[in-house]
Structures are given as C-alpha cells and as structure tokens.
Design a protein around this ligand. Structure first.
Ligand code: ADP
Ligand code: MG
Length: 509
C-alpha cells in the first residue's frame, strides 16, 4: 500500500513588535504564502518575486493548541500504528521554533505535547480493542555528535555524558542494522510510559551543560513498539512508532560557535545536511531517476531512520518555524525542505506473522485428545457421547414388548454387560428371551460397527491433517526465522528492572 508523506507546518507565536513580524497569509489551512521583506538578500531566491507559496497537509497558525495539533496530526498515524503499520512523526525546524514544545510539550500537563498524548491515546485504544492482546515496549535514545546514547539508563543520572555507553551499531550480512546498549522497557499503562518519557527528558537535561546545550544540539528518538496478538486467529503483528525531535536546523554561519561548540554544530548540521541529501536522492528515485544508492549511511540519524525515510513506514513531518523576520532565512530553508519531503511516498505493509507458539500448543492439545480417544476405542470402550447415541438408537431398533413378562430394557442392559465382559454368561429363561437377546446383540453389533468405522475414519483424517499442518508450520517457522534474522528492525536488549525515579502525572488537566 502506498503512503504519501504528510507534512504539517506549525507557526510559533510571535513575541516581537509588529514591524519585526513575518508577513504571511494562510489559505484554507493548507497553503502558506510568505511576503518577502525588501531588505532580505537570498542567494537562491529570485529577487524579482515578492512572495513565495508553500503547500502542506495542514498549516497550524500561531493560535493552534497542543490538543488541536495532536488530534489533526497524530490520531490517524497512531490508528495506523495500532493496526500494525510502522509510523514516524518527526519535528524539523531551527532551534527555538517549537520542536520540543510540539513533541514533548511545556511544563504543565495541559501543555503536554504529542508524545504524552500519544501514550494516553494508545493505552485508551488498546483497552477498547478487546479482540487483541497487546504488549507495549518503550525505548528512548539521543544522538549527539554522531554517537547514540540510551536515555532510559538510570546510571546516566549519576555519570557525565562522556562516560555513558554508546549505542553500538552492527551490520548483518544482509546490510541490516542492529543496535546494542539500548534498553527497552515493557510498559503496562499510560503513567509508566509518561514516567519513562520524563526520566529520559530529565537525563537529557542533566547531560546538557551550558557548554554543550545538548538538548538543542541532539536528535531524540522516542520509540514505542507494539506487539498485538489476535486471540481468535493466532496471528500477531509488531509495529514501531518513532517520535523524533530533531536538532536545530540553523546553519553554522549564524550559530556563531567556537571550539567544541563548532564541532557539535558541524555534526548537527552535517547530519541534517545528510538528511537533506537522503530526501533529495529519494525524490530523484521517485521521479524515475536511476538512483540505486540512497546515502543513508552517511550519518547515524539517517541510518537509524532508514525505514522511516525510505522503507516500510507511514511518515509525517511537522515543520516548525518562528514568526519573526529575523529568522526568515531559516524559516524559508525549513519551508523549502518540507516541500521536498512532502513529495515522497513509502510502500507500507502490515508486519503480520502467525503466532507459531499458539498454533503448536493448540495442535499438541488436539493430538493428546485424539490419542486418548483412540486408546479408549482400542480398549473396547466408548465415549459418553457415543454411549448415549447408541442407547437412543437401540430404543428405536429393539421391538416393542410383546406383552409377555419380558422387560426389553433389562435384556438390552444384560446384553451390553455381557458384550463388555462385565458378566461371564447370559442368563435366559425362555426361547423368546433368547431370541430377543440375539436380536439385541445383532442390533448392538451393527450400530457399534457403524460408530467405530465413522469414528476411526474421523480420527485418522484428523491425525493426517494434524501432520500436514505441523509440517507446514515447521516450514513456515524456519522461513520466518530466516526472515526475522534478516529484518531491519532495531535489535534491543530487554531489561527487567524499572527506573527508580518516578514522576507523577500532573492532575490539573
Ligand atoms: P526547539 O525545540 O525547536 O528548540 P522549543 O520547543 O524549546 O524549541 O521552543 C522554544 C520556546 O518557545 C519554549 O519556551 C517553548 O515553550 C516556546 N514555544 C514554542 N512553540 C510554542 C507554541 N506553539 N506556543 C507557545 N509557546 C511555544
Ligand atoms: Mg528542542
């Protein structure tokens, strides 16, 4: 299924006087027209033009609330994620334009952003979808100076960033990337998810010193992994939702940085430059150019988001811009980048697989029941249900009492006991009774033979089917194992311990 990238724009409220405010018009919540100020000199922009148009899935103006943004952008993406498709939402824009405000939110619960709202929505929805059993896992990482770090490792609270374990990338022989040193946490409810988000954000803040200000200079990826198993059909799926807060997109020349900061800015800008190159390459390929190589490997961020950018993923970008004229060059650069992203599309598919464990368990149980039944038949007994059936048939088959003192039911029971070797001999008192006994035996014999033949045919057919299914599942299992080993999913290490620090959800909703 094709999935076009969706690109949203959010304008940060302006603080400045009207003479410094960016001049723009929004048309039908879909188009932003920027009126270029006379004094601005743009290398790339034709000076003869005085306005530029940019199209979006939706434009959120300065007054748009967090809730409004969430409902419009995120709800359809998360529904798709809950149905088993991978999804990514990433925020792109210069430092201070509102990426973190949009993704994580501000200080109060009311101003919470997309990530905490997504967690609430996910847990509410899975409660409603009772046909499935779900498991949710969370991981949170930061990419800083081309190194990735686990933001949910509580030891990082006590140690400086330089001493943290770096997340290691491994490449398998099918060129898929696997990760080491990233913890993944099973999460049972919204509060646990929010605690993890807050712990990660806190670790991110304490790692940031005035010297490195890593929060605006690093990329952050909050990943929710969902495992859902259909309780009726033995099928399962695994989907991933990446919520990404990218580093500021401003250019080095303007950031006026020195020494270590210059190094950081270089890395940040380099990885965003590489992101742009990946988007350009994907665009060219979409337009039919013979472009086999997409340069994902040039930076850690593009390597990690390879699937989001050009793979099996429904991807949404939120471009954030400031509404000041001082920032117009950066804003135009963000707007131009977003137009390229908006042209892309991915081929998405549901990550479904058969729950082999459940299938094998069910078949094993069925096999046991069948073996037990077979043994019972071989010993000469019948199951309760077949006994009842035979008795009903016998009531109809045996002739009615002739009026002489012979109890038909007694004869039938006596014959059954005799045939089942419960009594050694048949005690008969008259020729008529002997005749009745023979008739009862003949009828019983015929009925039971028919039952045996039917039941045995049924059992042998079921056993044959069972063997066929088991062979198929074994083949499928080895096929899926091969596929799984070659899957581009991030390999993570699960950790049982939960973080000691807990944060409480604010109640002033
Ligand atoms: P970024 O992450 O892009 O560097 P932030 O999200 O940290 O930027 O935003 C910078 C400041 O502006 C923060 O104080 C934030 O609360 C505020 N801010 C950003 N966007 C909005 C908005 N849409 N409405 C109100 N305040 C905002
Ligand atoms: Mg930020």
């Amino acid at each position: 299924m094709k999935s076009q990238f969706e690109v949203y724009l959010r304008l940060k409220p302006s603080n400045s006087q009207s003479q410094n405010a960016m001049q723009y018009q929004i048309y039908q919540n879909k188009k932003l027209q920027v009126l270029l100020p006379k004094h601005v000199k743009f290398g790339l922009i034709n000076n003869s033009r005085d306005n530029l148009d940019f199209n979006f899935t939706h434009v959120f103006d300065q007054k748009s609330s967090q809730e409004h943004v969430f409902t419009n952008v995120t709800t359809p993406v998360i529904n798709s994620f809950l149905d088993g498709y991978n999804a990514t939402i990433f925020a792109y824009g210069q430092t201070g334009s509102g990426k973190t405000y949009t993704m994580s939110g501000a200080e109060t619960w009311q101003l919470r952003g997309i990530i905490p709202r997504a967690l609430s929505y996910i847990f509410d929805e899975i409660d409603k979808r009772t046909k499935f059993e779900y498991k949710i896992y969370i991981s949170f990482m930061e990419i800083y100076n081309e190194n990735a770090y686990d933001l949910l490792e509580k030891r990082h609270l006590e140690t400086p960033l330089e001493q943290w374990n770096k997340i290691a990338l491994f490449e398998d022989d099918q060129n898929n990337i696997h990760l080491k040193n990233l913890s993944i946490h099973q999460c049972n409810n919204e509060q646990e998810g929010i605690d993890l988000l807050m712990m990660g954000n806190f670790i991110r803040q304490v790692s940031s010193t005035p010297m490195n200000q890593s929060s605006s200079r690093s990329h952050c990826i909050f990943t929710v992994t969902l495992e859902g198993c259909d309780t009726t059909s033995e099928t399962c799926f695994v989907s991933k939702l990446h919520l990404v807060d990218l580093a500021g997109s401003e250019r080095i020349s303007k950031s006026q940085v020195e020494g270590n900061l210059l190094n950081e800015a270089k890395y940040i800008n380099l990885s965003l430059t590489y992101l742009e190159q990946v988007i350009i390459a994907l665009n060219e390929r979409m337009k039919g150019a013979n472009r086999q190589h997409i340069p994902y490997r040039n930076s850690l961020m593009t390597t990690l988001l390879k699937d989001s950018l050009g793979g099996n993923c429904k991807t949404v970008m939120i471009a954030t811009i400031s509404s000041e004229n001082d920032n117009i060059e950066e804003s135009l650069s963000t707007l131009r980048f977003s137009q390229r992203v908006g042209q892309l599309e991915n081929e998405i598919r549901r990550n479904e697989k058969v729950d082999l464990e459940a299938v094998v368990k069910r078949l094993e149980q069925e096999k046991l029941v069948l073996i037990r039944e077979l043994e019972q038949y071989q010993r000469g007994g019948t199951s309760n249900t077949s006994n009842k059936k035979i008795q009903q048939q016998q009531q109809n088959l045996l002739p009615q009492s002739s009026g002489i003192t012979i109890n038909q039911k007694d004869i039938q029971e006596k014959v059954e006991l005799y045939l089942n070797e419960r009594i050694p001999s048949l005690d008969v008192k008259s020729i008529e009774e002997t005749q009745r006994c023979f008739e009862a035996m003949k009828d019983l014999y015929n009925t039971r033979m028919k039952e045996y033949v039917t039941e045995l045919t049924f059992i042998s057919e079921k056993l044959q089917k069972y063997d066929e299914i088991l062979t198929r599942k074994k083949e499928q299992s080895s096929f899926l194992e091969q596929k799984e080993n070659s899957s581009p999913e991030i390999e993570v290490y699960r950790r049982n311990e939960s973080p000691q620090i807990t944060f409480k959800k604010r109640s002033n909703q």
